[in-house]
Design a protein around this ligand. Structure first.
Ligand code: CMC
Length: 429
């Protein structure tokens, strides 16, 4: 980040103030209002932070107008094609692609930490089988701080931080798969450390004591790619939550549990579940695409999986996923009517002025659910998959927040309630 020699001027109450500008490496410019209140008595107002940068960051670059997404400078298209989820995790967390030796050690360390403490099983037993797996995932991730209390210390040594990073990436698939087993009322499977990261997760999800289970490499590869696509997305709602909670120096497990809960909302990661439910509804009730689109336009509903706060062009992840949908379904020999429906819906929407004028394009959630379905994942596990993928991004953002000593997050407000008035005794009201 560079301090620009240009400034912005603000005139208020007859006085002109020079506000410094900051410029990022990709040419984005921000007005630095760090001294605004001290100098002018003013604050800024920006509900939903549509125009507000909360931090500088060197992790992920995205250009919503051009549809570009890069992790640490590498294009998402190239990473999705050539890399692996654990390699991308290292890249996000440590800033560079790992050497073969670094990656091997990282994989080995992760493999060593896949088990979860047996006492956590007792917590699992307390959840009703009707529990949404996201509720279980959030609670159990928060519980990790109770099992690893050293993470609570604020002057944690780097080895302890590394252990937390490894534990999170290693244990989340175990917790995720067990949350599904809890829902199914099936016995849990322990991690099989002879398998790769995604294979291990799939086996914990789908193996039953009553029959043989072999992981389909097509399914494991498709899942690995999906995780890469979800791995980071700069300052979105859940990531901002990690940085906000972390800024109080709360431990990493608590910060990430908060992010999991933020991700679960239907306007954020919960949208992938909503997309499939929407497509199933259209399909089941035989609603025509045009009738459905009219309902969206009359604001009876939203077209889930469309629109994005930052992308005002194609979400590059949606492009990759649309292609991937065709490939995966072909390889698995699946013909899913929901894929045809999604494509038709996309085609109609992209020609309709309602969507065109608002720059509403398919986002990552529009096609991801169709792949998850093809992989055999139940709908309420979709957001859990998103959380598993986003884990390295959340970790990287938490570490960066810590390293840059981000001040505690504490926005201001404009108060609009009653002004001072005397208390009225109960018998006089
Ligand atoms: N369907 C219909 N209309 C929409 C949609 C949609 N999916 N998204 C936005 N609009 C309209 C909205 O009604 C508004 O119209 P008007 O200006 O006439 O009132 C305009 O577009 C701007 O919408 P907004 O809600 O102000 O935009 P936002 O930036 O606050 O919201 C969003 C972004 C993602 C919450 C929104 O587009 C949305 O609700 N999409 C559906 C949910 C979804 O797919 N979420 C996943 C996001 S990507 C994964 C992730 O990172 O979480």
């Amino acid at each position: 980040m560079a301090q620009s020699d240009k400034t912005a001027t603000l005139t208020y109450n007859g006085t002109t103030y020079e506000l410094p500008l900051l410029e990022g490496t990709e040419g984005e410019v921000a007005i630095d209002i760090g001294k605004l209140r001290d100098q002018t008595g003013l604050i800024t107002m920006d509900p939903g932070f549509k125009n507000t940068g909360s931090t500088t960051s060197s992790i992920t670059f995205l250009d919503g107008e051009q549809g570009i997404l890069r992790y640490r400078g590498y294009n998402i298209e190239e990473l999705a094609e050539k890399s692996s989820f654990l390699e991308v995790s290292w890249l996000l967390i440590y800033g560079e692609l790992p050497t073969a030796e670094q990656l091997k050690k990282f994989q080995t360390d992760i493999t060593k930490h896949t088990l979860i403490h047996e006492d956590m099983r007792k917590i699992f037993d307390g959840f009703p089988t009707t529990a949404h797996p996201m509720g279980v995932l959030g609670s159990l991730t928060a519980a990790l701080s109770a099992f690893y209390p050293r993470a609570m210390e604020t002057n944690r040594p780097p080895e302890e931080i590394y252990l937390s990073v490894v534990r999170l990436i290693a244990k989340i698939p175990t917790i995720a798969a067990w949350s599904y087993k809890n829902e199914m009322g099936h016995p849990v499977n322990y991690p099989d450390n002879s398998l790769s990261y995604c294979e291990r997760f799939l086996k914990m999800m789908f193996a039953l004591p009553t029959e043989d289970y072999h992981v389909d490499p097509v399914v494991a590869d498709a899942l690995d790619k999906l995780l890469i696509l979800h791995a980071d997305h700069e300052q979105n709602c859940s990531t901002s939550t990690v940085r906000m909670v972390g800024s109080s120096l709360a431990n990493i497990y608590s910060a990430i549990a908060s992010a999991i809960n933020a991700l679960g909302g239907p306007l954020h990661g919960g949208a992938n579940q909503e997309v499939i439910e929407m497509l199933e509804d259209i399909h089941k009730n035989g609603v025509s695409i045009s009738t459905f689109v009219e309902k969206v336009k009359s604001r009876e509903m939203r077209l889930m999986g469309f629109g994005h706060r930052v992308y005002k062009n194609f979400d590059p992840r949606a492009r990759i996923l649309k292609k991937s949908c065709d490939e995966v379904l072909n390889k698995l020999g699946i013909n899913d009517p929901l894929l045809d429906l999604a494509k038709q819906l996309e085609e109609v929407a992209l020609k309709d002025d309602f969507f065109v004028s608002r720059k509403l394009y398919p986002n990552v959630d529009f096609y991801s659910g169709i792949i998850y379905r093809a992989l055999g994942l139940p709908v309420d596990m979709f957001t859990v998959m998103f959380a598993m993928g986003r884990m390295p991004g959340w970790i990287a953002q938490w570490l960066e927040m810590l390293q840059m000593k981000q001040p505690i997050g504490r926005p201001r407000q404009i108060y609009t309630g009653a002004t001072e008035r005397p208390y009225v005794e109960m018998n006089k009201r």
